[in-house]
Design a protein around this ligand. Structure first.
Ligand code: COA
Length: 375
């Protein structure tokens, strides 16, 4: 057997070339297609970002209008999928429902019969339909009537409407838009890698996104924002932050919303969301989450030297927007689908089956024992 160094978790392994997203882990910068996230979060919209990721350039005003209209017209869920959503147990995790629904969509809209399904058309369909899927399930659980199409709403406002059934203020829509911009892509994170692995076998776009949703669900990835809110509930008041956080660290538990495989300084998305958490708190006259999170940050940085990641403040922003906790990770998916699909399309352009090797550490010289002779 040839021995070679194992890079556990593929840490620092450069697996492919991509022009979609760049993370400067030491400088704390995030770049989409050449543009700094800080500028994009301050000035653009999610629709523009989706265009940027899919086409590699910012849209003209006409191209943006066309895309916005197209996304709005692709929101409808097919009737058989709606019936399926009526049947899943109400107690299901929304991420399980989303993964099942995207997978089922491929049954009702098979890529073989849809020209363009494995291209930007498919990416647009998936991006447009995810808020509707989430809204349908949310309403069903609440015993509310089926969702009514609102093509005049932006993607962010539609997502908010789907999960709340009430109009969003301009500030609320903008907060959601910024959150969607910030989550839209992040280089070869675990779920995007999963999507690219699936695509690299020449599998279809919907299968690739189904793989990605299952990967995003885990608490070390997209699931962390829900866990942050559980932590805040446990802590209760800023004065208790020190005691609760230190006790967790003493038990070698991870504090969700901190640390990152690539960033060695503060995640720029956390900086922007911290600001939004404060802004929304000030507007509501309730800075409880903000103060709690600042205190948790102080203790974790002092005790472990760790910086916040995107998940630390996103949950507080979504909570203040009136979204139930179990939909925080699905919101991540509603945004990251733009990045997943952009990466899948890039993979199709420069395809190479992704298939690493493992260092075998088991025996090689065992002999088969007939069943009747085994203990
Ligand atoms: C994101 C994450 C998985 C990256 O981990 P990684 O690159 O594999 O880093 P490691 O797991 O090797 O951690 C390195 C050290 O920092 C510690 N550490 C990392 N993140 C930590 C956290 N959130 N809380 C407490 N300790 C943490 C590890 O325990 C380890 O300490 P040790 O060397 O004493 O054992 C990790 O930081 C984490 O679990 N964070 C919490 C989950 C989260 O917020 N995920 C969202 C990411 S955007």
């Amino acid at each position: 057997m040839v021995e070679s160094a194992v890079q556990r978790g593929l840490e620092d392994v450069v697996a492919l070339e991509s022009r979609i997203c760049f993370i400067d882990g030491k400088g704390g910068r995030l770049i989409y297609e050449g543009y700094d996230i800080r500028e994009l979060a301050a000035r653009s919209t999610f629709e523009e970002i989706a265009y940027l990721l899919w086409y590699g350039r910012l849209p003209s005003a006409r191209q943006l209008e066309e895309l916005t209209t197209r996304l709005a017209t692709l929101r409808e869920v097919p009737a058989p999928l709606r019936r399926l959503l009526e049947q899943v147990p109400e107690s299901s995790s929304p991420m399980d429902v989303l993964r099942t629904a995207v997978s089922a969509l491929a049954v009702y809209e098979p890529s073989e019969s849809q020209p363009g399904a494995n291209s930007i058309g498919g990416a647009q369909r998936l991006t447009a339909v995810i808020p509707t899927i989430l809204g349908e399930f949310h309403r069903r659980r609440k015993g509310m009537p089926a969702i009514r199409a609102r093509p005049e709403l932006s993607h962010a406002a539609w997502l908010l409407y789907a999960l709340r059934d009430k109009e969003a203020s301009e500030l609320e829509s903008r907060a959601m838009d910024v959150a969607l911009i910030l989550h839209a892509d992040h280089e070869l994170n675990a779920s995007t890698f999963a999507a690219r692995v699936t695509a690299s076998t020449l599998s279809d776009l919907y299968s690739s996104v189904t793989s990605a949703i299952g990967t995003l669900k885990g608490p070390l990835h997209g699931g962390a924002n829900e866990r942050v809110m559980e932590l805040l509930e446990e802590i209760g008041t800023p004065e208790k932050a020190e005691e609760v956080v230190k006790a967790k660290l003493a038990r070698h538990e991870r504090i969700m919303g901190f640390g990152h495989r690539v960033y060695k300084v503060e995640d720029p998305r956390a900086t922007i969301l911290r600001d939004w958490s404060r802004r929304l708190g000030e507007t509501r006259g309730d800075l409880r989450y903000y103060h709690l999170l600042r205190e948790v940050e102080r203790v974790v940085h002092r005790e472990k030297g760790l910086y916040p990641n995107v998940d630390l403040y996103s949950g507080s922003v979504y909570s203040m927007l009136g979204i139930p906790k179990e939909f925080f990770t699905p919101i991540f998916a509603a945004s990251r689908v733009a990045g997943w699909t952009a990466h899948v399309l890039e993979e199709y352009q420069d395809l190479r089956l992704i298939r690493p090797t493992a260092q075998y550490v088991g025996p090689v010289d065992l002999h088969y024992t007939p069943l009747e002779l085994r203990e």
